[in-house]
Design a protein around this ligand. Structure first.
Ligand SMILES: NC(=O)c1ccc[n+]([C@@H]2O[C@H](COP(=O)([O-])OP(=O)(O)OC[C@H]3O[C@@H](n4cnc5c(N)ncnc54)[C@H](O)[C@@H]3O)[C@@H](O)[C@H]2O)c1
Length: 421
């Protein structure tokens, strides 16, 4: 069996493997190294590659980097230097991801801005790669649906897909989830979720810089690139709400506005009421404004109690609500890669595409409500092809970047809901 076949069919071999902290090799004879490639060599891409190495160390596996791709060659070579691999492995440009998929990488890490994720994810699964992809995974409804569909294809192909919604790999969250499922606070009746913090960075256009390069460098300020911050950051908390409630909102109704932000076309704050049916509502707030009250968390109220998503401020849950201990590392950014590799080795690949696709769609749903002033239904985005929102696709699209037809959106302005009085 060659190593590629092996990585796809290792379940029997590793049934007794010690996960980590132990000394058995997860990938038995002939499979103690894994080939990885990175698409998107920025801050998180560099971090994710480091986390991947650390996870592999816990599993006694060796990592071989086979390609590093970025829009800019300078970004890719920075990562090559950091990880001490030859610059010949670096690839650049908006189509560099295609060359990555043609390598013999076992796993690809997709860490560009989120507007590119659906196209990159589809290419990776078509090429038979296991995937780690950062959240969020799309910026518009067609993109989020593509992630869910391609995730299904990954299932059929037996490929693992782990997303950067790391709270799902964080012990404190897993403990709270376990306790709530066992009835520690009774059925959830409502929740509040927050990502309220300061302003992120912005980058001004260099003299003579083309639209595509400018948008890539300043991506966190353009909805077409990031989805706006209700999608880009707040997806973490919305994901916890969907996870703990084990369903998606039926409707979203909310508002937001642009106040201080420089460059781009995003809002600075959103306040959205998500209706999950059965009288259960989740109030979501997110804000990126300096000098305002900060809070990043989730709070659930049940019929008999309440708790933060992380269990923060609580005594340990008592039996029978206490999760049986299981091996884990403290850093969820490492644990998610351990879980990815472990699931592949066991021949039982994790697939988080639907979770992260639907949580991304939840953020998109709130954003569309705030931008338009309308109540948005889940069915408008997922089922009702006649809805004006079903095919709402962002422009420029990833294909515009590939074809060199990018036109930057108008700046220093933002969506205005309703009509002037
Ligand atoms: N899970 C988390 O807590 C967490 C934290 C930070 C960022 N993120 C996510 O990670 C992703 C990247 O964020 P970041 O902070 O690293 O941004 P970044 O700007 O530091 O890096 C993005 C990199 O992608 C490159 N790039 C852009 N378009 C590309 C393309 N088409 N092909 C190849 N490379 C391309 C850019 O040149 C840049 O080097 C985002 O989706 C972000 O939301 C997640």
């Amino acid at each position: 069996m060659n190593r590629r076949e092996f990585i796809k069919t290792t379940s029997a071999v590793v049934s007794t493997a010690t996960l980590f902290g132990g000394h058995e090799k997860l990938f038995a004879a002939g499979m103690d190294n894994v080939k990885v490639a990175l698409v998107g060599c920025g801050g998180r891409g560099t971090g994710a590659l480091g986390n991947f190495h650390e996870a592999a160390r816990h599993l006694n596996m060796k990592v071989e980097i086979v390609a590093l791709a970025d829009f800019f060659m300078s970004q890719a070579t920075k990562v090559a230097e950091k990880f001490k691999v030859p610059k010949e492995l670096c690839l650049a440009g908006p189509t560099a991801y295609k060359k990555v998929m043609a390598t013999d990488a076992d796993i690809v890490l997709l860490v560009t801005p989120p507007n590119f994720r659906p196209v990159h994810f589809e290419a990776a699964i078509n090429a038979g790669k296991h995937v780690f992809m950062e959240k969020p995974v799309a910026v518009d409804p067609p993109g989020a649906r593509k992630i869910i569909d391609v995730g299904e294809l990954a299932n059929q192909k037996g490929l693992a897909v782990v997303a950067g919604t790391q709270r799902r790999h964080e012990n404190s969250y897993l403990e709270t989830h376990f306790a709530i499922n066992k009835g520690a606070i009774g059925p959830i009746r409502n929740a509040k979720v927050w990502w309220c913090g300061g302003a992120l960075w912005y980058r001004e256009r260099h003299p003579g810089e083309d639209d595509a390069s400018y948008l890539v460098r300043n991506w966190v300020n353009f909805t077409e690139m990031s989805g706006d911050h209700i999608v880009e950051q707040h997806v973490h908390n919305l994901d916890v709400a969907n996870w703990f409630l084990d369903r998606y909102p039926k409707t979203a109704l909310g508002f937001g506005d642009r106040v201080h932000r420089k460059t781009g076309n995003q809002y600075d704050f959103f306040s959205i009421d998500y209706d999950y049916g059965d009288g259960v509502n989740v109030h979501s707030m997110c804000r990126q404004i300096n000098g305002t009250y900060p809070r990043i968390s989730e709070f659930f109220t049940g019929t008999t109690g309440s708790t933060f998503g992380s269990g923060q401020g609580k005594e340990e849950f008592a039996t029978p609500y206490k999760m049986p201990p299981k091996p884990h590392v403290k850093n969820p950014y490492v644990q998610e890669h351990i879980n990815l590799l472990d699931s592949i080795a066991r021949g039982n690949p994790l697939n988080e595409a639907k979770n992260v696709g639907t949580s991304t769609m939840t953020g998109i749903m709130g954003r569309i409500s705030a931008y338009t002033g309308q109540m948005i239904r889940w069915s408008d985005l997922m089922e009702n092809t006649e809805s004006p929102f079903y095919n709402l696709a962002m422009s420029p699209s990833p294909m515009d970047f590939e074809k060199g037809t990018v036109k930057a959106p108008e700046e220093e302005t933002a969506a205005k809901p309703g009509k002037p009085s």
